[in-house]
Design a protein around this ligand. Structure first.
Ligand code: ACO
Length: 471
C-alpha cells in the first residue's frame, strides 16, 4: 500500500473549563504567571460522569459516525493513554463494545502506555501494520485520550483533558514519510505515577523540562542524519522534484533544517515550552552553520558552552527565542490553539497541534507541505517524524472532508463551553480525591454537563464493573 497515513480525524474535549487568569488569582500567584509565563488561556476538565473509557468511546463513536465507517471495515484498533483505571483490562477491550453488534472481533491491538508518548506508539503500530505483511486490506483506528490532573501546586495549571481518534489507511491526505523516524528513549524519574490510588503524578517539573529539551535535541540531530541518508528515497525525491512544493521545503537539498518543513509541531505541556523548543531547533541549526538568513551573530558568544550549560543558560535561551521569533510565528504558533484553550491533553496533545495547524490555513496553503512532529512522554520516550500533505486520489477520505469536520471543533471551542470558577474546580478535585476509588458509586453529575452524543459513566458496582450510556 502507498501513501499510508491519516484518512480521517475526530477530536473530543469536555464541556467544562477553568480560566487561567482567574486560576492565577485563586492560587495567589503573580498575575501573568500562567497566561504569559506558561502561555495558557483555559484548561478543560471532566466531571465524575466521564472517565478514560467514556471519553475514548465518545471520540471513537463520533469518528465512525461522522465518516460512516462500518465496524467490519476495521482490522486494527490501538489505544494510547496514561489514565489507567485498571492495571489489567485495556481501554481497547471496552471500546470493542461498539463492535459487538457487527460480530467483528478480529480487531488487533491493545493499549500503549508511556506517559504522553502512548498515542504516538499506538499511531506507529497502526501505520506499521498497514505497511506490513499482516495487513488484510482493512482500516486501522487509533484512539488516544487522557484526563490530566495535578495535585494543588505549581503543576496544576498544566492539566487538561481530551481525546483524539484517527482512521489510518493507504491513499491518505496526510502521508507518513517512510523511513524517517528518530527516537530517544531512556530512563528518568521526571514524571511518573507509582501511587496506584492517586490520579496525580509525582513530578519533578524542572527536570521534566530539561529531559524534554534534551530528547528534542537528540531526536532532531538523528532526524537530520536520517533525512540526509534517505534523501535519495522516493518520497524525498518526489518532494524535491515536485513544483508544487514551496521553495522553502526544496531548499538545502539533502540537509534538514528549519526551512525544510512548513510546520514544526510539538507535544505541548504548555505553550511557552513549545516556543523554547522551536528556539532549541534553531540552536541545533546554528551549531551546524545552517540558516544563514536568520540574525544569529548574537549567538556566537555561546558557541563554546557545553551541551549541559546550553540548557541552563537563561541568556542564551532569550537570544534563541528572539532569533527564532519570526519563524516560530510562521511555523509553530498557529498550531497552539488547542493547547492554549484546552491545556495538556497528554497523549493527544501533539495531535491537537496537528488539528490546530490544519485549521489555521486555507487548504491550498496546506497541500504539498511537510510537517515535522515531535512527540514526548516522560519516563521517557520521544520520537520525531514527518507527514507530507498530499494530493490524494481517495474520494471517500479527502483533505476537504477532514478539514470540514475539524471546523466543528473550532466552533465548539469558541462558542459552546461552560466556565467553572477556580473555587469550584478546587472543591471538586478535593471531593474527587476522596471518592474516586470508592465503589459502588453513581456519579454525582447528570447528563446536563455533557455535549450531545457523549458517552458517560452510569455506575460502578461493588465488583468495580463500570456501565456506560450515551447522551
Ligand atoms: N508574568 C510573566 N511570566 C511569569 C510570571 C508573571 N507574573 N511569573 C512567572 N513567570 C514566568 C517565569 O519567569 C517562568 O518563565 P521561564 O520558564 O522562561 O523561566 C515561567 O513563568 C514559569 O514560572 P516558574 O516559576 O518556572 O514555574 P514553576 O516552576 O512554578 O512551574 C512547571 C512550571 C515546572 C512547568 C510546572 O507547571 C510543572 O511542573 N508542570 C508539569 C510538568 C510539565 O508539564 N513538564 C513538561 C514536560 S513533561 C509533560 O509533558 C508532563
Amino acid at each position: 500500500p502507498q501513501n499510508v497515513g491519516i484518512l480521517a480525524m475526530e477530536c473530543y474535549f469536555p464541556l467544562q473549563f477553568v480560566d487561567q487568569e482567574k486560576l492565577e488569582q485563586f492560587d495567589k500567584v503573580s498575575s501573568g504567571k500562567y497566561t504569559i509565563g506558561l502561555g495558557q488561556s483555559k484548561m478543560s476538565f471532566c466531571l465524575d460522569n466521564e472517565d478514560i473509557n467514556s471519553i475514548c468511546l465518545t471520540v471513537l463513536n463520533n469518528l465512525m459516525e461522522k465518516y460512516s465507517i462500518k465496524p467490519e471495515e476495521v482490522g486494527r484498533l490501538e489505544v494510547g493513554t496514561e489514565t489507567l483505571i485498571d492495571k489489567s483490562k485495556s481501554v481497547k477491550s471496552v471500546l470493542m463494545s461498539l463492535f459487538e453488534k457487527s460480530g467483528n472481533t478480529d480487531v488487533e491491538g491493545v493499549d500503549n502506555v508511556n506517559a504522553c508518548f502512548g498515542g504516538t506508539a499506538a499511531l506507529f503500530n497502526a501505520i506499521n501494520w498497514v505497511e506490513s505483511s499482516y495487513w488484510d486490506g482493512r482500516y486501522a483506528i487509533v484512539v488516544m485520550g487522557d484526563i490530566a490532573l495535578y495535585a494543588k501546586g505549581n503543576a496544576r495549571p498544566t492539566g487538561g483533558a481530551g481525546a483524539i481518534a484517527f482512521l489510518i489507511g493507504p491513499d491518505s491526505p496526510l502521508v507518513f514519510e517512510r523511513g524517517l523516524r528518530s527516537n530517544h528513549i531512556s530512563h528518568a524519574y521526571d514524571f511518573y505515577k507509582p501511587v496506584m490510588d492517586s490520579e496525580y503524578p509525582i513530578v519533578d517539573g524542572k527536570l521534566s523540562v530539561v529531559c524534554y529539551l534534551n530528547a528534542l535535541d537528540k531526536c532532531y540531530q538523528l532526524y537530520k542524519k536520517k533525512f540526509q541518508n534517505l534523501s535519495s528515497i522516493n518520497a524525498l525525491n518526489d518532494l524535491n522534484n515536485n513544483d508544487n512544493y514551496s521553495n522553502d521545503e526544496k531548499k538545502n537539498n539533502g540537509n534538514f533544517n528549519l526551512n525544510s518543513a512548513s510546520a514544526f509541531l510539538f507535544h505541548s505541556p504548555y505553550c511557552k515550552l513549545v516556543q523554547k523548543s522551536f528556539a532549541r531547533l534553531l540552536w541545533n541549526d546554528f551549531l551546524e552553520n545552517e540558516l544563514s538568513e536568520c540574525q544569529m551573530n548574537s549567538l556566537d558568544q555561546y558557541k563554546n558552552l557545553t551541551n549541559e550549560e546550553s540548557f541552563l543558560d537563561k541568556q542564551l535561551e532569550k537570544e534563541l527565542v528572539k532569533a527564532s521569533e519570526t519563524l516560530f510565528k510562521k511555523k509553530t504558533s498557529p498550531s497552539l490553539l488547542f493547547a492554549k484553550e484546552i491545556g495538556n491533553m497528554y497523549t493527544p496533545s501533539l495531535y491537537g497541534c496537528l488539528a490546530s495547524h490544519l485549521l489555521s490555513k486555507p487548504i491550498e496553503n496546506l497541500r504539498n507541505t511537510r510537517l515535522c512532529l515531535f512527540s514526548y512522554g516522560s519516563g521517557l520516550a520521544a520520537s520525531m517524524y514527518s507527514i507530507v500533505i498530499s494530493e490524494n486520489k481517495n474520494e471517500r477520505f479527502t483533505l476537504e472532508k477532514l478539514l470540514e469536520n475539524l471546523e466543528r471543533h473550532k466552533t465548539k471551542l469558541n462558542e459552546h463551553r461552560v466556565e467553572i470558577e477556580p473555587e469550584l474546580y478546587d472543591k471538586y478535585l478535593q471531593q474527587r480525591e476522596l471518592t474516586n476509588k470508592k465503589v459502588p458509586r453513581v456519579p454525582s453529575f447528570d447528563t446536563q454537563t455533557l455535549y450531545p452524543g457523549t458517552w458517560y459513566l452510569k455506575s460502578i458496582d461493588e465488583n468495580y464493573k463500570r456501565k456506560y450510556e450515551r447522551v
